[in-house]
Design a protein around this ligand. Structure first.
Ligand SMILES: Nc1ncnc2c1ncn2[C@@H]1O[C@H](COP(=O)(O)OP(=O)(O)O)[C@@H](O)[C@H]1O
Ligand SMILES: [Mg+2]
Length: 230
């Protein structure tokens, strides 16, 4: 298995159809993402960043091309297998965190595990581990409205990643944070790569944050126009 590469995209196209109009959001993307690296995806609005991330995460299927993750072409998986891939293997972090205000930090992070039917003891272990990784242990009995915006986003990230997926996909996770909190979030991703062996791909508008990453992928008009290894 091509161990060095975690994700490989071959000639990936995504054509959206609205009525009679076709819009190619991705136009033959070729890309490799190495294992255990932190990658930023940058580019103007509408350049295809979200589409790219959704396709890597199995939330959307390409119109053409292959997406190989850990040696498996996920475009060939059936619905059930694809859902399994998303649930077990991928962690999604979005800009809008929807924490439940009546649950504590601990309970919010525990929620996805409870939904999956994981038993109490295993849940507790996973939640405590995630709270430690994200520096939230002291806040575990607080409720979201008692936290700062940055803390809330860290809880949302802990919740998204509580089952410690190998591949973490974040779409503008710092979009609604001030620069200090944005930095904390990105440092957390850096730590997941350096200390926990994860692969992180983050879409961002914030050029400041690209100094934390290993690779910057620049997109324009549905294609990758530059890959900068730093
Ligand atoms: N579901 C959809 N239906 C039709 N067009 C879409 C859809 N999603 C995205 N697009 C179009 O595809 C292009 C790329 O969108 P997107 O991947 O969201 O770009 P970005 O995240 O870089 O802003 C845009 O022109 C957008 O309008
Ligand atoms: Mg987007």
């Amino acid at each position: 298995m091509g161990d060095e590469f975690h994700v490989v995209l071959n000639d990936v196209w995504k054509v959206y159809r609205t009525g009679k109009v076709e819009w190619p959001a991705l136009r033959g993307v070729n890309l490799v993402i190495k294992r255990n690296t932190f990658t930023a995806v940058v580019g103007p609005s509408g350049s295809g960043k979200t589409t790219l991330l959704n396709i890597i995460g199995g939330l959307d299927k390409p119109t053409r091309g292959s997406v190989v993750v850990d040696g498996i072409d996920i475009t060939r998986l059936n619905g059930r297998k694809l859902a399994e891939y998303r649930n077990k293997y991928v962690g999604f972090v979005f800009q809008l965190y929807n924490l439940l205000s009546y649950l504590t930090v601990f309970e919010n992070v525990e929620l996805p595990l409870a939904i999956k039917g994981i038993n109490f003891r295993e849940r507790r272990e996973l939640v405590l581990k995630a709270l430690d990784v994200f520096g939230l242990r002291d806040l575990s009995s607080k409720r979201p409205l008692e936290l700062s915006g940055g803390e809330q986003q860290r809880v949302a990230i802990a919740r998204a990643l509580v089952n410690m997926p190998n591949l973490i996909l974040a779409d503008e996770p710092t979009g609604n944070l001030d620069s200090k909190n944005a930095q904390v979030v990105v440092e957390t991703f850096r730590k997941l790569v350096d200390e926990h062996g994860k692969t992180v791909v983050m879409v961002t508008h914030n050029v400041e944050l690209t100094k934390y990453v290993d690779v910057v992928i620049k997109m324009k008009d549905g294609n990758v126009v530059e890959v900068i290894n730093q």
